[in-house]
Design a protein around this ligand. Structure first.
Ligand SMILES: Nc1nc2c(c(=O)[nH]1)N[C@H]1C(S)=C(S)[C@@H](COP(=O)(O)O)O[C@H]1N2
Ligand SMILES: [Mo]
Length: 319
C-alpha cells in the first residue's frame, strides 16, 4: 500500500466529514494527484451501491457527541487498506472483497433472549434510526485511522431481543462461505470469524453496529452489510459481515484468540503501556500520513469506558 508520508495540505478536518459532495470532491483531488489507490475497485463498488436497497437512508443524521481529535482518513485511503482475512491476509483486499454477496442476507439473533429472531438485513437496518459518528480505529498492528461510520448503537439491538438475566456475553459470528470468500479455504484459520463482548460492554452507547461509511451503504471491504465498531478495543474485535448474534453464558472464543491467546485476548482494550508480545503499543502510525503519534489509553475513550473495568485485573484487560 502506497502510504502517503506527509500530512497533505488537503487533509480535511472533522467539520468537513459531511456531506457527500465533500467526499466526491476529495476523490477528484486524489485522482488528480495520482493517489486514486486501487482505482480499479472503485467503479465496481459504485455500481453495487446504486442497487443497494438502503441507499435512501444516507447520509444519516450526524451525532455530534462523537468528535475526532485528528483529521478524518480520506475514503480512498481507508477503502484500500483493510483487514478482512476472508479475502486475504494482506491489506489490498478491496477488489477481492467485491465477491462478497450482501443480499439476500439474514441476521440470526438468539441464545439467551426472550425474543429471538432471524431478520432480513434491510428490515433490521430500517428498525432503528441511523446516525453518523466519527470514530477512531486502532489496529493491534499499531496503525490507526478515523472514519465516519453510520449505523445504530448495539444497545438498541440488545433491547429489541430482551436478553435473559443469564446472558453474560454476546457472541458475533461472520458468514461461512468459502465460495465467495477464498480466504476461508485457508485451513490455518478456524473459520468463521467470531468475536464477543460482555453484556455490560454492550450496554453503553459506544459499541456501534455499522451499516454505512462515508455517507453511503457500507462498501464490501469494510464488512458489509453490517459490522461492529468497538473503538476503545483493538480493531480485531470489530467483526465484519455479521450473520449471527448469540447471547451466551460463557465468554466467547474469538478467531484470533483461538489461534494465539497470548497475543489477541478477549478484552483487547487499547493501552499504550502494555506491549504486544512482539512490538510496542506506545505509538501508532496514522494511516493517511505515516505520522507516528502517541497511543491513548482506551484509544481516547476512557471517559466512556473506564468504569466498565474498575477493580478488574489490568494485566488481563489489555490482552
Ligand atoms: N470478519 C472479519 N472481521 C474483521 C477482520 C477480518 O479479518 N474478518 N479483521 C479485523 C481487523 S484486524 C481490523 S483492524 C478491522 C479492519 O477494519 P477495516 O478494514 O474497516 O479498517 O476489521 C476487523 N474485523
Ligand atoms: Mo487489526
Amino acid at each position: 500500500m502506497a502510504v502517503i508520508h506527509r500530512r497533505p495540505s488537503w487533509a480535511i478536518s472533522e467539520a468537513l466529514a459531511t456531506p457527500e459532495d465533500v467526499f466526491l470532491n476529495r476523490r477528484a483531488i486524489l485522482a488528480g494527484m495520482g493517489l486514486g489507490l486501487a482505482a480499479a475497485a472503485l467503479p465496481r463498488r459504485a455500481r453495487a451501491e446504486e442497487k443497494d436497497p438502503t441507499a435512501d437512508l444516507y447520509p444519516a443524521r450526524r451525532n455530534e457527541a462523537y468528535k475526532l481529535d485528528r483529521p478524518l482518513t480520506p475514503e480512498e485511503v481507508n477503502a484500500n487498506y483493510n483487514n478482512f482475512y476472508e479475502y486475504g491476509s494482506y491489506k489490498e483486499i478491496a477488489a477481492n472483497a467485491q465477491q462478497l454477496q450482501t443480499r439476500p442476507w439474514e441476521v440470526a439473533i438468539g441464545g439467551l433472549v426472550d425474543k429471538p429472531m432471524t431478520i432480513a438485513i434491510d428490515d433490521l437496518i430500517r428498525k432503528f434510526p441511523l446516525e453518523t459518528r466519527l470514530y477512531r480505529h486502532r489496529c493491534v498492528e499499531a496503525w490507526s485511522m478515523t472514519i465516519p461510520w453510520s449505523g445504530f448503537p448495539l444497545k438498541s439491538l440488545v433491547a429489541m431481543v430482551a436478553p435473559r438475566s443469564d446472558a453474560k456475553f454476546i457472541r458475533f459470528e461472520t458468514f461461512l462461505d468459502p465460495k465467495m470468500a477464498p480466504g476461508q479455504n485457508d485451513f490455518l484459520y478456524p473459520w468463521p470469524y467470531v468475536e464477543g463482548v460482555t453484556i455490560e460492554e454492550a450496554a453503553i452507547d459506544l459499541p456501534f453496529l455499522v451499516t454505512g461509511a462515508y455517507d453511503k451503504p457500507l462498501a464490501r471491504q469494510f464488512g458489509a452489510p453490517i459490522r461492529l465498531a468497538l473503538p476503545w478495543k483493538y480493531g480485531f474485535k470489530s467483526i465484519k459481515s455479521i450473520r449471527k448474534i448469540d447471547f451466551v453464558a460463557e465468554q466467547p472464543l474469538g478467531l484470533w484468540e483461538a489461534i494465539q491467546p497470548s497475543e489477541y485476548g478477549f478484552w483487547a482494550n487499547v493501552n499504550p503501556e502494555v506491549p504486544h508480545p512482539r512490538w510496542s503499543q506506545a505509538r501508532e502510525r496514522v494511516l493517511q500520513t505515516g505520522e507516528l503519534v502517541p497511543t491513548q489509553l482506551f484509544n481516547g475513550y476512557a471517559a466512556e469506558v473506564s468504569h466498565l473495568y474498575a477493580g478488574k485485573d489490568p494485566a488481563r484487560l489489555y490482552m
